[in-house]
Design a protein around this ligand. Sequence first.
Ligand code: DOR
Ligand code: ZN
Length: 421
Amino acid sequence: MTSYLIRGARILGGEPADLLIRDGRIAEPGGAADETIDGTGLVALPGLVDLHTHLREPGREDAETVETGSRAAALGGYTAVCAMANTSPVADTAGVVEQVWRLGREAGLVDVQPIGAVTVGLAGERLAELGAMATSAATVRIFSDDGQCVADPRLMRRALEYVKAFDGVIAQHAEEPRLTEGAQMHEGEVSTRLGLTGWPAVAEEAIIARDVLLAEHVGSRLHVCHVSTAGSVEVLRHAKARGVRVTAEVTPHHLLLTDELAASYDPVYKVNPPLRTAADVQALREALVEGVIDIVATDHAPHAVEDKECEWAYARPGMLGLETALPIVLSVLGERWELIADRMSRTPARIAGLDGHGGSLAVGDPANVTLVDPAARRQVDAAELASRSRNTPYAGMTLPGRIVATFLRGEATVLDGKAVK
Ligand code: DOR
Ligand code: ZN
């Protein structure tokens, strides 16, 4: 196994130091290594962890595969991703989650941790085989019907009760379906102007309020996917003050983009939950810094051209995220490396229970590392992305921060900004 000496990189943004990667771990610096990397001006972070990735396999391999999505993740600085269950067939059995897990191992570019569906076929009617998925080779700990909300409060309660036995977590896509029928974008001034049916903030906030109360009642863990409104932040703040076991994520796009972009009618900006107002964006940024929102998760949602380059109303919701997440977060938060390491690596690893990820790059830790050049600026070119899909809303934007290298347990997956395999 190749050993690497990274000279003079700023570890988690601290003073320049040497970092030795040997036999899969961070080793005591000193002595030679097979390869030396000049780390001058670079920042070393623990490998990023994405709690919310759509890899589309099985079923929509034309949009993404476990392998292409894993490569996009590695290029984005990730060493682990949690694969959402809304595949075809749905990941609602031990067989499907084991298949995704095995494909991740075979690709060998990031650790792919499957998320299991909460309900059979994401239909919201019967609980899926949560126990069988938990005890499968994939050792599922997070369950989610993402794309759909677990709207039935009794099913949600049962799911929370079920996973309590093994300290699992239910990740909720918070959207009261009766309040978003036919919705095309955020309900507000812009939707009124454009004449598009609105998706009101309260459809998200009402489900989060209900679910934090259910989680408190049951004493279970709840995770809220892609929080998008200022009101949701207030509900979460209240729940956390009461000691409810709830964590929450925000996406890079909800930290940067607003509903004004819908005025272009370009479906690349169609996403669920929808882009919100500038005031929501500001509240989400503050909540992330404060810790009311725990993590950044991409909701990387690749879509084939025919599902995206069509009329707004017919386009599928979702946008790419893995290869641009760190640059977006850097542009939003600035070079607050400890904060970035916490929100994009340490805390997501803890929520997902991914041992060996989210460390502090201490001697002896598994060498899951990403090396970033914060001074480099890069123009996003959709054609250059490793994802099989092209639906990035950032095309043409110049963003700070280039991922120079990524190491998964000491093996380079990215070197010189390029995928190794
Ligand atoms: O925009 C979205 N896309 N939101 C979701 O909840 C699902 C996702 C997808 O699967 O494309
Ligand atoms: Zn979702």
